[in-house]
Every structure is written in C-alpha cells, then in structure tokens.
Design a protein around this ligand. Structure first.
Ligand SMILES: NC(=O)c1ccc[n+]([C@@H]2O[C@H](COP(=O)([O-])OP(=O)(O)OC[C@H]3O[C@@H](n4cnc5c(N)ncnc54)[C@H](OP(=O)(O)O)[C@@H]3O)[C@@H](O)[C@H]2O)c1
Length: 334
C-alpha cells in the first residue's frame, strides 16, 4: 500500500513509501482510509514535543474510510461500510486507564496517512450518513472532546457556555451547545472568525485582542452570573480568566495547552464558587459513538477550513502550527 511516513520529528520530514498491505486478524477489520484530520497533537509529534514516538512512523491520529475486509469472527459490519476508526482503539468505554490509552493511532500505532489500516472491529464508529469522509475524519479527537465537555456540565436550555477561539474543539462545542439550547459566548482573535461563529449560532462575540479582559465582559453579558461551562482550550494564558468567567457551581473543562501548561492561579474562585475544574483526555470509542449519534440526530456539519491533498501534507502541518489562521478543522484527503 501507499503510505506517507514522518521520518523524524520535523514539520517537513515526510516520505512517500510503499509498505506491505496489512491483513485483518481475528476480531479485526481492514479499513481503506480516505481522509485524515489534523489535531494539535499531530503537530506536537512532528515537533518532537510528544513522548514515546518512534520514527519513521505513519502520522495523523484521526481518519475515516470504508471497510475493505473483515477478519474472522467479526459481525455487524460489511465491506463498504463507511466508518471512523477511533484513535485510541483499546479504550472502548468507561474510565481512562494507563493501558487503554497506551495504544494510539498516529502515535504508537500506524496513523491515517496510508491507504489501509487494521483496527479492532470494536474501535469503529459508523460515519453519520450526511457526512463525507473529510467531515467524518474531523470527529475522533475534536468532536469527542467537545461532546465530553458539553456532557460534563449537563447543559440545558438557557445554560451559558464560553468558548475560547474558533479551533476544532471550540466549534464542535459550539454546535453541541446550541443543540442543547445553551447560550454561547465565543472569544476569538478575529472579527471575521467571530462572524462565522455567529453564523454557526454563537449568541455573543468577544474579540479577545480588542477586549483582553474577556472574563469581565462575560460577567457583564450574564448580569454578573458567569458561565455554567467554560471550555478551556488555550491553557496557561487563559485559565485565570476562565475561572473568573465561571458561574457559581460552574464547570471549567480543562483540555488545552496551546499557551503552555504552567500557570499560577488563585484558588479562591474555585473554593468560593465551588467550581468543578474537570480535566479530560479526549474520550473513549463509546464517547465518540455518542458524539457521532448526536451529530447525526442534529445533522451537524463539521466545520472544515480546508482539505489538502496528501502531496501537500507539509503545507497542512504548517497551516496548523502557523498561528491560528484556520477556523475549524484541517483535513488531508487521499
Ligand atoms: N485534552 C483533551 O482531551 C484535548 C482534546 C482535543 C484538543 N486538546 C487541546 O485543546 C487545544 C485546542 O485544540 P483544537 O484542536 O481546537 O486547536 P486548534 O484547532 O488549533 O484551535 C486553537 C484556537 O485557539 C484559539 N486561541 C489561541 N490562543 C488563544 C487565546 N490566547 N485566547 C483565546 N483563544 C486562543 C485560536 O482561535 P482564534 O484564531 O479564533 O483566536 C486558535 O484557532 C489544543 O491545545 C489541543 O491539544 C485537548
């Protein structure tokens, strides 16, 4: 099969190669991959900031494709079914454990920049019928994380949600939060991106460059109450404001580290407002399946900024690592 390997921790060290076709064993499925979607973790791997990666490797955690062959003992799937393989194939449900997150496609296992991959049948989720492969590839990390964020705060009509930026996680969280009837406040560096967020249903828009004290603005917009959920996708630079923007009993769902992980915080808002600061490491196959069902039920269309050809993989990585020009997801189709 054709594959694109990353030969070293570098944003440009890609090499087209031919590898033997993998064979599905018992309980496994051979998937013909059609698209791969980038996440921040792919850039972390390609810049040497992710431990435990052996080069050369087939990169990109997230992908989508169709069933090409079934291994012995696999039922409930047929050749040609459109599927999304979860990137942590052994974490099928329940709580995270060290062993169920040790195997990760695009990190410790072959990723999505190849024609074929063999995965456990139990790690496959049906691709929602209204989505194409590029849109389906966008789901595993970003939609699962956003889904878990929305569920962690038990959103209901009238809940207030704050989202930071217009990246993959934030835009899925926007779409899920609106499906729950929540009121959504989006902070972005760009008025153009804020306009896109408004078109996707955002109720209030804050340009965090023009209004650096966006947390105070959130309190003003909510008559001092604050947000029931802040999805903290940015990290060290924003965590203090996120805690300040949260309502009494609110949830600060902490996933991002774009601006680093070391922050000095005042514990008082957490104590006084009885905040729930919830950490999250993406989610299980079962979480992805729930997110995909919600996407199907509400006919949510993932926001794809751009689809690159596989020959332009370096350009796709450069775009993701290049300072936030994109909105939503970057996809590589093949
Ligand atoms: N732990 C988990 O479960 C988990 C899962 C998925 C992702 N993550 C992490 O979550 C983060 C976001 O992931 P992603 O895929 O959504 O990334 P992304 O698509 O690259 O989006 C990042 C966005 O963050 C915004 N941003 C940057 N600096 C900001 C600031 N100072 N204030 C507010 N917004 C800012 C930018 O939006 P604008 O251009 O609109 O300003 C940027 O587009 C990454 O660190 C990723 O590794 C964690």
């Amino acid at each position: 099969m054709k594959a694109l390997e990353l030969t070293a921790p570098s944003l440009t060290a890609f090499r087209a190669t031919e590898l033997p076709d993998p064979q599905a064993g018992r309980g496994e499925v051979l998937v013909r991959l059609r698209a791969a979607a980038l996440n921040f973790v792919d850039v972390a791997i390609a810049t040497g900031h992710f431990p435990g990666v052996a080069f050369p490797m087939i990169p990109v955690t997230d992908g989508a494709g169709e069933v090409a062959a079934l291994g012995e003992g696999v039922s409930g799937l047929a050749v040609g079914d459109r599927v999304i393989p979860h990137f942590m194939p052994n974490w099928q449900g329940g709580v995270i454990t060290p062993s169920n997150v040790a195997a990760m496609r695009g990190i410790t296992l072959p990723g999505s920049l190849c024609e074929y991959v063999v995965v456990p049948a139990a790690s496959l989720v049906p691709l929602p019928a209204h989505l194409d492969f590029a849109q389906g590839a966008a789901l595993p990390i970003a939609a699962t994380t956003a889904w878990n964020a929305v569920r962690s705060a038990s959103l209901r009509p009238g809940s207030v949600v704050v989202l930071l930026g217009t990246g993959g996680v934030s835009l899925f969280a926007l779409q899920f939060a609106k499906a729950c009837g929540a009121e959504v406040i989006v902070a972005s560096s760009s008025d153009e991106k804020l306009e896109r967020a408004r078109q996707l249903g955002a109720d209030h828009l804050i340009n965090y460059r023009a209004t650096p004290a966006w947390d105070t603005h959130v309190l003003a917009l909510t008559e001092g109450r604050g947000a029931d959920l802040v999805v903290e996708t940015v990290g060290a630079e924003t965590i203090v404001r996120s805690l300040n923007a949260a309502a009494v009993g609110g949830t600060v769902f902490t996933v991002g580290f774009i601006t680093g992980t070391a922050a000095s915080i005042d514990l008082l808002p957490i104590i006084v407002k009885a905040l729930r600061v919830v950490g999250n490491n993406t989610g299980s196959v079962s979480d992805l399946a729930e997110a995909a069902r919600a996407i199907a039920a509400h006919r949510i269309v993932p926001v794809i900024d751009r689809v690159f050809g596989i020959e332009d993989t370096s350009a796709a990585y450069a775009e993701l690592s290049g300072g936030g020009r994109h909105l939503g997801k970057l996809v590589i189709a093949h």
